[in-house]
Design a protein around this ligand. Structure first.
Ligand code: XMP
Length: 603
C-alpha cells in the first residue's frame, strides 16, 4: 500500500510524504497514535521529527506496539530519538545545539545508508541526542557534535537518523529514502496516470449516479478539480459556477470560459456580478470595510444563483478543490481558512457539508502534484504554473482614499547613513503585520540622490543597500511599515493623495498595468523565480488626476513570511517605461519590504 508517515509535529513531515511520492511510492501522513490495525496495510513506517523531548510528559502519544510489528521503520530526528528511547537506548540533552549544515561521517554504508560516500553533507536541527544505542543496533554514522547521527538494526530493518534526509540540503537524502523504500519492498507504481484511473473509479462509486456542483474560480485547483469530475462523471453530471466579481485580471473570466467551454465543458455557468459588487463598495475607502463588503456580496450572489437553480439536495453533491495540505491539521495557512469560510462553508453549501455530501478529489494531493495532474489533463502550462490570486482580487490592490485626503504632503525623513539614499514618508497608508498584530501605517519612499536609477545599475543602489535601508526604516519608527524605491520617472514628484474609490475606470487601469507586468514577467522567464507579484494602484498624484503603480514581487514557502524579490534591471527598465506610457500613470515604485513588516497584499 506504500508508506505511512507518523507525524510528531515536525515542520518537515509534509516534505517526507512528498519526497516518498516522488519515488513513485504512495505515502500518507497519520497521527502518531494511529492504532496498529489501521497501519496493517503499510509496507513501512517513517516516524517524523517533532518539537518534543522523549522525556517530556506532554510528548505526543504513540502506539509502541508498532515497533514490534515487524514492519521496516525509519525514525528521523525526534523519531530517531524515540526509537532509541523506546527500544532500550539512552537519549540526553546535548551540550551544544546543531542547526543547519553538517558533515556526516558514514561509518557503515549499509541499510538506508547503502551506497553513500564516506563524507556526506547533511542538514541537522536538534539539541537532544542519542548517547547510547539500543541493543541490536549499531552506529552507521556520526558528525562532529553528534556521535550517533545514524543507527540501524539490519535484522529488524529499523533505522534512525538524527538528520533530515527529506530536505534538499541533505545531498543524498533522496537516495536514503530510496534505500528505505527498497528495504520495505515497495512497488514503484504511484503515478499520476494511476491516480487518475483510481480517482475516476472512486468518484463514480461515491457519486452513485448523483451530480456534483463546484465553484470554479479559474485558479489551478478548482480548474483541475472541474476537469477531473467531468472526466469521471460526464458533463451532464457536473455543474461549474464561475462568479465574475469585476475584480478579476484582464481577460480572466473570458479565458476560464473559453478554456473550459472550448474543451467541451458546456456545463460551466458564468455569472457576471461585477455591477453588484461595484455598487456594494461604492464610496468605501477603508480596507477592512471593502473586504467585508466583497465577502458578503460573494456569499449573496452564490446563494442567489444556487437558489435560482433550485437543485434537488438529494441529487446534488458539492465538489471542492481542497488539497492534502488543507486536510491535515498542521497544514493550510490562515488564508486558506479565510478562503474556505468565504467560498465553501456558508448557506446552502453548509447544509450539504453537514449531510456528508462533499466530494474532494484532490484531497490526497500536494500543490506540485495538482500541477502535474493539471498538465496531464491538458490544462495550459501558463494556467498550471500561475501565481496564486486572492479571492477579492484586484479590489485589494486598488487603494482608495476618502475625502480630505489631498491635504497631506510627503514628509522628508533625511538621508540614510551608508547608502546615501534619501527617504521620505508618503501620505497614505497600507496594511502590514508586526509582532502578532495588524498595522496600518505609512510607506517610506527611497530615492537615489533625488533621481530614479535602477538597482544594480551604474550609480544606482545595490539590492543589499535597499534591503538594509528598508529594515532600518521599518525598525526605527512605527510610522513606517513598508518601504518603496522609485523606479520612474527620473525626477522626484511632489505628490499627495487624491480622493479615489473602486470604479470601473480605476480597475481597468489596474487591469491593464497588471497585464503588462504579468506578460513581461512571463516573457523574461521570471515567473518561476517568484511566488507572487501583485501590481498595486495607489492614488498618489502630483496633478490631482494621475496615479502611481507599485510592483510587489515576493518569494515565500508558506505565505506567513516572505522576502521581496530582486528582479533584473532590463526587466524593470522595460516594465517601468511601458507603465509610464499608460494614460493616468505618473510614477512607478518597487516595494522592498519583507513580510513581516509588510503583508504581501497592500490591504
Ligand atoms: P498577505 O497579504 O496576508 O497575503 O501577506 C498572503 C497570501 O494570501 C493571499 N490573500 C488572500 N487570498 N482571500 C484569498 O483568497 C483573501 O482575502 C486574501 N488575502 C490575502 C495573498 O494573495 C497571498 O498569497
Amino acid at each position: 500500500m506504500g508508506i505511512v508517515v507518523l507525524d510528531f509535529g515536525g515542520q518537515y513531515a509534509h516534505l517526507i510524504a512528498n519526497r516518498v511520492r516522488r519515488h513513485h511510492v504512495w505515502a500518507e501522513i497519520r497521527p502518531p497514535d494511529t492504532p496498529l490495525e489501521e497501519l496493517a496495510r503499510a509496507d513501512g513506517l517513517i516516524l517524523s521529527g517533532g518539537p518534543s523531548s522523549v522525556y517530556a510528559e506532554d510528548r505526543p502519544p504513540f502506539e509502541e506496539a508498532v515497533l514490534a510489528s515487524g514492519k521496516p521503520i525509519l525514525g528521523l530526528c525526534y523519531g530517531h530519538q524515540l526509537l532509541c528511547h523506546a527500544l532500550g537506548g539512552r537519549v540526553e540533552r546535548g551540550e551544544r545545539m546543531e542547526y543547519g549544515a553538517a558533515s556526516l561521517e558514514v561509518t557503515a554504508a549499509t541499510g538506508v545508508l547503502a551506497g553513500l560516500s564516506p563524507r556526506e553533507p547533511i542538514w541537522m536541527s536538534h539539541r537532544d541526542r542519542v548517547e547510547e544505542i539500543p541493543p541490536g543496533f549499531r552506529v552507521l554514522g556520526r558528525t562532529e557534535d553528534c556521535p550517533v547521527a545514524a543507527m540501524g538494526d539490519d535484522g529488524r530493518r529499523i533505522y534512525g537518523l538524527q538528520f533530515h534526509p527529506e530536505v534538499t540540503h541533505t545531498d543524498s537524502g533522496m537516495r536514503i529514502l530510496d534505500n528505505f523504500l527498497d528495504l520495505c519492498g515497495c512497488e514503484r507504481d504511484w503515478t499520476m496516470e494511476g491516480f487518475i484511473d483510481r480517482s475516476m473509479d472512486e468518484l463514480k462509486a461515491q457519486a452513485r449516479g448523483r451530480k456534483v456542483f463546484l465553484l470554479v474560480s479559474g485558479g489551478v485547483d478548482s480548474t483541475v478539480c472541474f476537469l477531473l469530475l467531468n472526466r469521471a462523471l460526464g458533463t451532464d453530471h457536473v455543474l461549474g459556477l464561475h462568479i465574475d466579481n469585476g475584480f478579476m485580471r484582464k481577460g480572466e473570466t473570458a479565458a476560464v470560459e473559453s478554456l473550459l467551454k472550448g474543451s467541451g465543458f458546456s456545463n460551466l455557468k458564468v455569472v457576471d456580478a461585477g455591477a453588484a459588487f461595484l455598487a456594494r463598495v461604492a464610496g468605501v475607502a477603508d480596507p477592512e470595510a471593502k473586504r467585508l463588503a466583497i465577502g458578503e456580496e460573494f456569499i449573496e450572489v452564490r446563494d442567489r444563483v444556487l437558489a435560482d437553480l433550485d437543485l434537488d439536495p438529494d441529487q446534488w453533491l458539492l465538489g471542492q478543490g481542497t488539497l492534502y495540505t488543507d486536510t491535515i491539521e498542521s497544514g493550510g495557512t490562515d488564508h486558506a481558512e479565510v478562503i474556505k469560510t468565504h467560498h465553501n462553508r456558508v448557506g446552502v453549501i453548509e447544509r450539504l457539508l453537514a449531510e456528508g455530501k462533499v466530494v474532494e478529489p484532490l484531497s490526497q494531493l500536494y500543490k506540485d502534484e495538482v500541477r502535474e495532474l493539471g498538465e496531464k489533463l491538458g490544462v495550459p502550462h501558463h494556467l498550471v504554473w500561475r501565481h496564486p490570486f486572492p479571492g477579492p482580487g484586484l479590489a485589494v490592490r486598488c487603494l482608495c482614499a476618502g475625502p480630505g485626503a489631498g491635504h497631506e504632503a510627503a514628509e522628508p525623513l533625511g538621508t540614510l547613513d551608508g547608502s546615501g539614499l534619501d527617504a521620505e514618508l508618503l501620505p497614505l497608508r497600507s496594511v502590514g503585520v508586526q509582532g502578532d498584530g495588524r498595522t496600518y501605517a505609512h510607506p517610506a519612499l527611497l530615492t537615489a540622490s533625488g533621481a530614479a536609477i535602477l538597482p544594480g545599475e551604474e550609480g544606482g543602489p545595490s539590492w543589499d543597500d535597499l534591503e538594509r535601508a528598508s529594515t532600518e526604516l521599518t525598525n526605527s519608527t512605527d510610522r513606517v511599515n513598508r518601504v518603496l524605491f522609485q523606479l520612474g520617472p527620473e525626477r522626484r514628484l511632489r505628490q499627495s493623495p487624491r480622493e479615489a474609490y473602486l470604479t470601473t475606470e480605476r480597475l481597468d487601469l489596474l487591469r491593464e498595468a497588471d497585464a503588462i507586468v504579468m506578460e513581461a514577467l512571463d516573457r523574461h522567464g521570471l515567473m518561476p523565480r517568484l511566488t507572487q507579484m501583485p501590481t498595486v494602484l495607489v492614488p498618489l498624484s502630483s496633478d490631482g488626476t494621475s496615479e502611481s503603480i507599485v510592483l510587489r514581487p515576493v518569494t515565500t514557502e508558506d505565505f506567513m513570511t516572505a522576502r521581496f524579490g530582486r528582479l533584473p534591471a532590463d526587466f524593470l527598465r522595460e516594465v517601468t517605461a511601458r507603465l509610464l506610457e499608460l494614460q493616468g500613470v505618473e510614477a512607478v515604485y518597487y516595494d522592498v519590504t519583507h513580510k513581516p513588516p509588510g503583508t504581501v497584499e497592500w490591504e
